[in-house]
Design a protein around this ligand. Structure first.
Ligand code: AMP
Ligand code: MN
Ligand code: MN
Ligand code: MN
Length: 281
């Protein structure tokens, strides 16, 4: 699979700078790459320049935080115009909500006697629980990031604060009005029952959503098949993305991420890409 349409950099909660991400993707054999940081497009320019220099096809993108029926879900925008005024305004709003949530988490940790994590809010990129988790690890409160999330930053933890993000419909509208395609990211990761997942996909499709992320890291053939059928049922295209955050493993190494199941309409059929990119998949 030479496409990777879901990746992160230091501008959100990834480990690599945009140019390093692009170089890494190129080494891994990716030919068409989208950068989709959480709630920011600040890494897109650097990544686009690096991709041009290395001969990769680059797709400017973003992964937006959405609250749907009290639950956080993620919508990826692909091929968005990062200069679009509505999108820029929306991202500013989401980042401000992230800062407010961050402040509430930091305060809760302080009240719980875990120390002063205010420095984690002072970043050039977005404020994310990941950076607070890393602080908890550095302070010796947790063994690793996963434990920090589990013990402190998810439901039941002293530092758990519910995020209130954007609405599903308005999020899809922002992406479409910025000229992009809207993709429901990692649909199986919300741990929804079959019925509720169907409800989410239906709401997404009715809002004008474009595609489901049918291939992402860690899915088995059965799960991908179910997502492919859901996409077909709601007349949605299918996307592919590793959700790369850090080096090792790059899951979209050729052969690393599986191909789309039979019968899927790849989202890139909607784009005009050079012929080599069409041929390899
Ligand atoms: P936020 O968007 O600030 O709420 O942080 C969510 C991000 O944290 C996700 O995009 C993942 O990259 C990461 N994440 C979520 N859950 C975990 C976990 N249990 N362990 C490690 N990272 C996680
Ligand atoms: Mn993330
Ligand atoms: Mn996500
Ligand atoms: Mn992601």
């Amino acid at each position: 699979m030479y496409y990777d349409l879901h990746t992160h950099t230091v501008w959100s909660d990834g480990e690599l700078e945009p140019s390093a991400l692009v170089a890494h993707a190129a080494r891994a054999g990716v030919r068409v790459l989208a950068l989709t940081d959480h709630d920011t497009t600040d890494g897109v320019h650097e990544a686009a320049v690096a991709a041009y220099e290395l001969g990769l096809q680059f797709v400017p993108g973003v992964e937006l935080s959405v609250t749907w029926q009290g639950l956080t879900v993620h919508i990826v925008g692909l091929g968005v115009d990062v200069a679009n005024a509505d999108l820029k305004q929306a991202l500013l709003g989401l980042r401000s909500k992230r800062l407010q949530r961050g402040q509430a988490i930091v305060q809760a940790l302080e009240v719980a006697g875990l120390g002063d994590a205010r420095a984690t809010l002072e970043r050039a990129g977005i404020v994310s629980r990941v950076h607070i988790a890393d602080w908890l690890v550095a302070e010796g409160h947790a063994r690793n990031r996963a434990t920090a999330f589990k013990r402190f930053l998810t439901r039941g933890g002293v530092g758990y604060v519910t995020g209130e993000w954007a609405e599903l419909g308005e999020t899809v509208a922002w992406i479409l009005s910025a000229g992009g395609d809207a993709v429901l990211a990692h649909p199986t990761r919300y741990r929804l029952s079959g019925g509720r997942l169907q409800q989410l996909v239906q709401g997404f499709a009715e809002a004008g959503g474009t595609a489901l992320e049918v291939v992402t890291a860690g899915l088995d053939a059965g799960e991908m098949g179910r997502l492919a059928r859901l996409a077909h049922r709601y007349d949605l295209y299918a996307s592919v993305g590793s959700d790369f955050h850090k080096v090792l493993p790059w899951r979209s190494l050729p052969g690393g991420l599986p191909n789309l199941p039979e019968g899927c309409r790849p989202i890139w059929e909607r784009w005009s890409l050079p012929s080599y990119a069409q041929e390899v998949c």
